[in-house]
Design a protein around this ligand. Structure first.
Ligand code: FES
Length: 103
């Protein structure tokens, strides 16, 4: 089991919003898709750009650098040039806070 880190309160991340955090030099993208919070590696698998600088539309995020698009329910790269999926982080909700489990 990893370490749980607090991201923010649930009320600070309403549906249709995302937030980028850093932990131990790793970016993590935390996103609320229609009321369910997901956490993914926050670095684009194409050329390592910060995905929190991108555009959130529905259940996908588009990288601002070369417009790769990732599905935020599966992590899959659905638009090139990125080909590799994003790694998932476990999310827990406790006492109104969003927590992400890191290694
Ligand atoms: S760095 Fe994200 S698409 Fe190129």
């Amino acid at each position: 089991m990893g370490t749980l880190i607090k991201v923010c309160s649930v009320s600070e991340l309403p549906p249709g919003s995302m937030k980028g955090i850093e932990h131990d030099g790793k970016r993590i993208l935390v996103v609320n898709v229609e009321g369910t919070v997901h956490a993914w590696d926050g670095t684009c698998t194409h050329e390592e750009y910060d995905l929190s600088m991108g555009f959130l539309t529905g259940d996908s995020v588009t990288c601002a650098l070369h417009l790769s698009r990732f599905n935020l329910l599966t992590g899959e790269a659905v638009n090139p040039p990125a080909e590799k999926p994003l790694a998932r982080y476990e999310v827990k909700i406790a006492e109104g806070d969003i927590l992400v489990e890191v290694a």
